[in-house]
Write a protein that binds this ligand. Structure first.
Ligand code: ES4
Ligand code: ZN
Length: 350
C-alpha cells in the first residue's frame, strides 16, 4: 500500500513504538561490523547483508505455547536477537537517531518510544550505555530533525518482578522528575504476556505514579487472558492508556470502562493484519468510533513487521477501514489528546 499525499501531509504523533523494533537491518549490519560480531537470529548466522535483508520478509511464528513451529523464530525471538549488536552508547544513539530521522521524513512531530532496558542489562550491557545513548538521541533528534520525544521505560513482564523493580531504580536518574535528566516520563509493560497479568506489576506501577510518571500497559490483541488483562489495567491498576487492547470490543463492561475513564487505545493495525483477515479486523475500527472509544494509530515494531511504519499503518486504517479524511484527522486529534507532551507541544501539532 503506497502512502497517499493526504496521509503523508498529516502531522503525526507516535506513542506506541519499541525503539528496538526500529533497528533496521542496514544499521544492524553496520553495528555488527563496527563491533566485530556476527549477526545471528535463532542459531542462524547471516554472512551477507543481502541474506540478512531477505530474512526480514517473513511473518514471524506464533509462540510455541500457541502452537508455533520450533524452527521458525517467533516475533520476540527475532526482536531480542536483533538487540545483540547493540553494545556501546553510540550503538543505542545511532539506532535512535535513525528512528527520529525516519520520523521527520514521515511528518511525525512527537514520539514516545518504548525501551526495554532489561533486554540489554541481562546481556551484560551497562545501563548507563543504554540510557545515555537514548538521552543524547532525544536531545540531538530534536535539534537535528525537529522531532521532540519523551520515552517510556518498559518492564519485561516475563522476567521476575524484582528484576524489573531493580532496573527501574537504576534508570530513575534518567526519568522526567524534578531531579532527573528528563529522558522518560512513563512506564509500560512489554514482552510475552503469557500467564503474566498486569496486576503482578501493580507495585511497580504505584511506585512510578508516586514518582510523577505516567503508566500504560500492553494488552496484546488475541492473546491468552487478554480480556482479564484489560479488566485489570482499567479497574485494578488505573492505567492511563492501553497498548493494543482491541479485544475490549468483546466485552461491554470493558468498553464502558474505557469510555467512562477516558482511556485510549494505542492501536497498530498492521501488527494485527499480519494474522487477521481484513474483513474481520478493519470493521473493528469503525466499531470503536461508533462506541466512542478513543484510539490512535501507531507502528509497534516496524522493522519486524514488513517495514510498515506509522504512515503505512495510517494508510491501512484509511484504506481498509474506510475512514474519511475528517475521521483520519480525528485520529491525529486523539493522539494529541492521548500523548503526554506539554500543552505547548500539543498546541503546535493540531
Ligand atoms: C512487542 Cl508486538 C509486542 N508484544 C509484546 N511485547 C513487545 N515488545 C516489543 N514488541
Ligand atoms: Zn508494542
Amino acid at each position: 500500500l503506497e502512502i497517499s499525499p493526504f496521509i503523508q501531509s498529516l502531522p503525526k504523533i507516535e506513542i506506541h513504538v519499541h525503539i528496538e523494533g526500529t533497528l533496521r537491518p542496514a544499521i544492524r549490519w553496520a553495528l555488527a561490523q563496527r563491533n566485530r560480531i556476527p549477526v545471528v537470529t535463532k542459531g542462524v548466522t547471516y554472512h551477507t547483508y543481502e541474506e540478512l535483508l531477505e530474512s526480514y520478509k517473513v511473518t514471524y511464528n506464533h509462540r510455541p505455547e500457541q502452537g508455533g513451529r520450533k524452527d521458525v523464530p517467533t516475533f520476540l525471538e527475532a526482536y531480542f536477537a536483533g538487540c545483540d549488536v547493540l553494545r556501546t552508547e553510540d550503538d543505542f544513539y545511532d539506532m535512535s537517531m535513525d528512528y527520529l530521522k525516519r520520523c521527520s521524513e514521515m511528518n511525525v512531530r512527537w514520539a514516545e518510544p518504548f525501551f526495554d532496558i532489561q533486554a540489554h542489562t541481562r546481556r551484560g550491557i551497562p545501563f548507563e550505555h543504554v540510557l545515555n545513548g537514548y538521552l543524547r538521541a532525544q536531545q540531538d533528534g530534536e535539534k537535528e530533525y525537529g522531532v521532540k520525544s519523551k520515552w517510556i521505560f518498559c518492564f519485561l513482564r516475563d522476567e521476575p518482578v524484582e528484576e524489573g523493580a531493580k532496573a527501574y531504580e537504576q534508570a530513575l536518574p534518567w526519568a522526567d522528575t524534578p531531579t532527573g535528566k528528563g529522558l522518560f516520563h512513563a512506564v509500560g509493560l512489554a514482552s510475552n504476556a503469557f500467564k503474566r497479568p498486569p496486576v503482578l506489576f501493580k507495585q511497580c506501577f504505584e511506585r512510578a505514579k508516586q514518582d510523577g510518571l505516567h503508566i500504560t500497559t500492553h494488552c496484546d490483541f488475541g492473546q491468552t487472558d487478554t480480556h482479564e488483562h484489560i479488566r485489570q489495567a482499567i479497574f485494578d491498576i488505573g492505567i492511563e492508556r492501553i497498548d493494543h487492547g482491541l479485544d475490549a470490543l468483546d466485552d461491554d463492561k470493558l468498553i464502558q470502562g474505557l469510555v467512562d475513564k477516558n482511556i485510549g487505545l494505542t492501536l497498530c493495525p498492521h501488527a494485527y493484519h499480519r494474522r487477521t483477515k481484513t474483513e474481520v479486523l478493519f470493521p473493528k475500527l469503525r466499531q470503536l468510533l461508533d462506541r466512542g472509544v478513543k484510539f490512535c494509530i501507531n507502528s509497534d515494531d516496524p522493522v519486524y513487521m514488513h517495514d510498515v511504519w506509522v504512515d503505512g499503518n495510517m494508510e491501512k486504517a484509511y484504506h481498509y477501514g474506510g475512514l474519511t479524511k475528517g475521521e483520519m484527522v480525528g485520529l491525529v486529534r486523539n493522539a494529541v489528546e492521548m500523548c503526554w507532551a506539554d500543552q505547548s507541544v500539543k498546541d503546535s501539532i493540531l
